[in-house]
Design a protein around this ligand. Structure first.
Ligand SMILES: Cc1cc2nc3c(=O)[nH]c(=O)nc-3n(C[C@H](O)[C@H](O)[C@H](O)COP(=O)(O)OP(=O)(O)OC[C@H]3O[C@@H](n4cnc5c(N)ncnc54)[C@H](O)[C@@H]3O)c2cc1C
Length: 223
């Protein structure tokens, strides 16, 4: 698989533990919104430590963007990315991934599992095609919600948050339950897009099956 060495243009924080990393884009590089690539840091032994991350920029942008949740306690790649500076280099491979937009529906994300949906929603928004798509976004606390303002602006009332570790007046509290899904997906005609940690995905897939939602309508990727 072809590899590309790309200079970092900027690094910023999107939330307290999520980075936005903008890099150069190779000429004619192609990806579809929702797709990912393998990313390694072009420094010492880190060149052999590639991890999957999703493009959050748009296919026609002149740069690439990654939105990356960092885990300092893993002592892995995402911790090392916290030291990344402009002009450092990343190595990426071709684009791949199972999540892509098939039609209107409900997107269910846990934490950094929202990243494939960032690119999909930005793409739909840029074409005025957000329609009746809905995002259900599960996080621990309000401060963990990635791009809260942008999603509010793009989706309005179809941006539904649920927080497990914080009670607020605005958002639901607890974990996603079957009742919560029934309330928020009253008619199951559309697709269900699901992305998050393994535990959450297992539970939500069972809940969707109990609700009679066909497996063929569920588009998913585990993080
Ligand atoms: C297709 C795909 C796309 C993805 N896109 C994104 C994205 O756009 N943004 C994003 O933020 N994430 C994304 N992810 C998830 C991302 O790949 C992982 O978070 C990342 O690989 C973690 O890398 P790491 O080196 O920091 O830690 P890891 O590779 O998970 O761990 C490094 C080491 O830390 C130790 N470790 C592991 N878990 C723990 C733990 N719970 N506590 C303590 N130590 C531990 C282990 O010894 C391990 O060897 C994606 C995943 C997939 C599959």
């Amino acid at each position: 698989m072809e590899k590309y060495i790309l200079k970092v243009k900027s690094v910023g924080h999107v939330t307290h533990d999520v980075l936005s990393i903008v890099t150069e884009k190779p000429p004619d590089f192609k990806f579809n919104p929702g797709q990912a690539t393998e990313v390694a840091i072009n420094k010492g032994a880190w060149v052999n430590q590639a991890r999957p991350f999703t493009f959050t920029s748009l296919p026609d942008d002149d740069h690439l963007e990654f939105t990356i949740k960092t885990y300092p306690d893993h002592n892995g790649v995402t911790n090392k990315l916290l030291d990344l500076m402009p002009d450092d280099e990343l190595i990426i491979s071709e684009s791949w991934g199972t999540i892509g937009y098939k039609g209107e529906g409900t997107f269910i994300a846990g934490g950094a599992g929202v990243t494939p949906f960032i690119s999909i929603f930005r793409h739909l928004h840029s074409k005025n095609k957000i329609g009746n798509n809905k995002l259900i976004f599960a996080n621990k606390r309000k401060s963990d919600i990635i791009h809260i303002d942008e999603f509010e602006e793009m989706l309005g009332k179809n941006f539904v948050n649920i927080l497990s570790d914080e009670e607020t007046n605005e958002y639901a509290h607890g974990y996603i339950s079957e009742d919560f899904l029934k309330k928020n997906i009253p008619n199951h005609n559309g697709y269900i897009y699901l992305c998050g940690p393994e535990v959450m995905m297992d539970i939500v897939e069972k809940q969707l099956a109990n609700m009679g939602i066909k497996k063929e309508l569920v588009v998913k990727e585990e993080f």
